[in-house]
Design a protein around this ligand. Sequence first.
Ligand code: IMP
Length: 422
Amino acid sequence: MAVSAVVGTQWGDEGKGKIVDYLAERAKYVVRFQGGNNAGHTIVVGDDTFKLHLLPSGCVSGKTGIVGNGCVVDPFVLVEEVEGLKARGVEFDLFLSDRAHLILPYHKLLDGAEEAFKGGRAVGTTGRGIGPCYQDKASRTGVRAGDLLHPERLAERVNDNVAVKQAILGAYGREDELDAEEIVNDLMGAAEVLRPFITDTAALLQDAVDGGDGVLLEGAQGVMLDIDHGTYPFVTSSNVASGGMASGCGLAPRDVGDVIGVVKAYTTRVGAGPFPSELPTDAGVGKHLAEVGHEFGTTTGRPRRCGWLDLVVVNHAVRLCGVTHLAVTKMDVLAGLDEVQVCTHYELPDGTTTNRVPSDPELFAAARPVYETFEGWSELGDGTWQGLPATARTYLQFLREKTGAQIKLVGIGPGRSETVVR
Ligand code: IMP
């Protein structure tokens, strides 16, 4: 296996957790390389459902989880997840990069203040402090997990930050009182739990790869939320796509072999920003997708916007990430519809057509989807490829042809076993 990666090809929530859980079987390490607890991965094992935000999904199947340097880590959430899994009897090993940046209470306050300030132009963030934490990383003022091992350095960095953040919050008209001493004390409590996990995970992974161990890189969010290649400014603050995988965990791009792009059989998006194939969710197909697909955010509980599959978006991700295989999820949610549509290209306001995601956000918002229509299906058979109805296979075959990537897995239900393997 060497190194494989799983990435979301849409706006997140493609069902990556289940696919990672499935593919992790052959890996020794499962690695998060970007994002933080803005992610929400649901994994169903037998009668048990696990909702993870920060820990790699592979931890549920007893793999060694690595939270890489490209992640932003809320230490209190991490402690809660570690203790939550242990309380449910799940055994796992974990390493946390000493280079990963910590999300501290002032980041969450700033996330809220920045969003409120933007008013009608708000991004619709998860409110977890992701953007402000990455801002500090880029400004070279951040506090890193490794600082938890050095109390004096930690206190100094938190003190410096609190003074500045207090002033910024004041400028936003926020009255929040930050208490540096309280933050440091709470951090020292979290450090008690996290200390054994903190290490140079880049060196660990490099040795693992050189020694031939299987590594699975677990992407969070989706390529359309990538800070460079997504629908800026309606994006997250990390590189979800391509190069982010390697730099976010300390491997070389050429270490990464197979890249599995996870595609939901239709499209969803949480938060604001363009979405050409969006459907109204108060009636018709949109309502069907939202209700049958239980399209509510794992992290925030917000209803997700829903629409038809958009192959322009998927192909953007396939090209950027070098996707070699597709895992198509939630085919069962489309069951029962007479017809199923797929957006293949856009018509632009000047009358031209394109099969590229326009880099200009206003042009993208004005793009009109052009669809191909397929006959629907009602049941998805016995869990084999041949058992899938011919109409569903035609739909999947179309995806294969239009993306050039092989179809490896097809999700026909939420459970671990409800997966067709090709
Ligand atoms: P942030 O990552 O909390 O800053 O949010 C920025 C944008 O990314 C918002 O539109 C969020 O709804 C979206 N987002 C962040 N994480 C996820 C995710 O895991 N799934 C879906 N959308 C996400």
